[in-house]
Design a protein around this ligand. Sequence first.
Ligand code: ZN
Ligand code: ZN
Length: 278
Amino acid sequence: MRIASLGSGSRGNAVLIESDSTRILIDAGFSGSEIARRLESLDRDPAGVDAVVVTHEHRDHTAGIGIAARRWGWPLFMTSGTATACEDLLHGGEETQIFSPESRFRIGDLEIHAVPTCHDAADPVAVTVTETGSALKAGVATDLGRATTPVRAALAGCHFLVLEANHDEVRLREAPYPWSLKQRIGGSRGHLSNHLAGELALEILHPELGAVLLAHLSQECNEPHLALSAVRSAIRPAGFRGVVEVAGQDEAGPLKDVSALVGRGNRHGGQLSLFTPR
Ligand SMILES: [Zn+2]
Ligand SMILES: [Zn+2]
């Protein structure tokens, strides 16, 4: 199983996940030409994408879904609330597949598990993607104000985690935003802070977690070193030796081989002291 962010942040989000036979995107929040450019930078042909799973209707996740569905025939998997909220992007010729916000379904040899999230959207979800042959599992959890019990349960056992680290709480408090916007971003239906991302990563830490890719960083209220430091300082003392990186906004990649990362994350010499069996 291989994974790459095509870019992440308030100006667009998409994650490529592929097995040897199936290639999907989680969200497509860039223009059609940007999606093509970013996929081609990873040597991936847009026509070779089998489907997009859309987490919610916000335009930084959906800007390209309509054009991609029409140009390359990508089926769009989304909840009914997301589909209704995206009607202006869809002209009627696109293939849409509706899934329930708490559901499991297959796209080729990838099993998708969707769980509802707390976010100010119609019907938002986080997803995990499991490659059925290898049982390797990746989780994509961005745009969530708080990690609910179902989200935590779904993310347990992930080998690769794309996790929102949206803002530094002090930077948000001091930002020149109206109070109402700060409340929305930092509230339970907003975005996950660096601190909460660290707590969540620690909670779901297990010996085969190979990598945590921090995503959806705020340009105004965060910096990569703040997000990395918050999450690394939460999970390194518990023995995590895998990769913690930040997904950039403007460029795709690099493409990560999850099985290679699991081997790396597992080289902890039995020191993973806070492992909670599930
Ligand atoms: Zn977003
Ligand atoms: Zn959102």
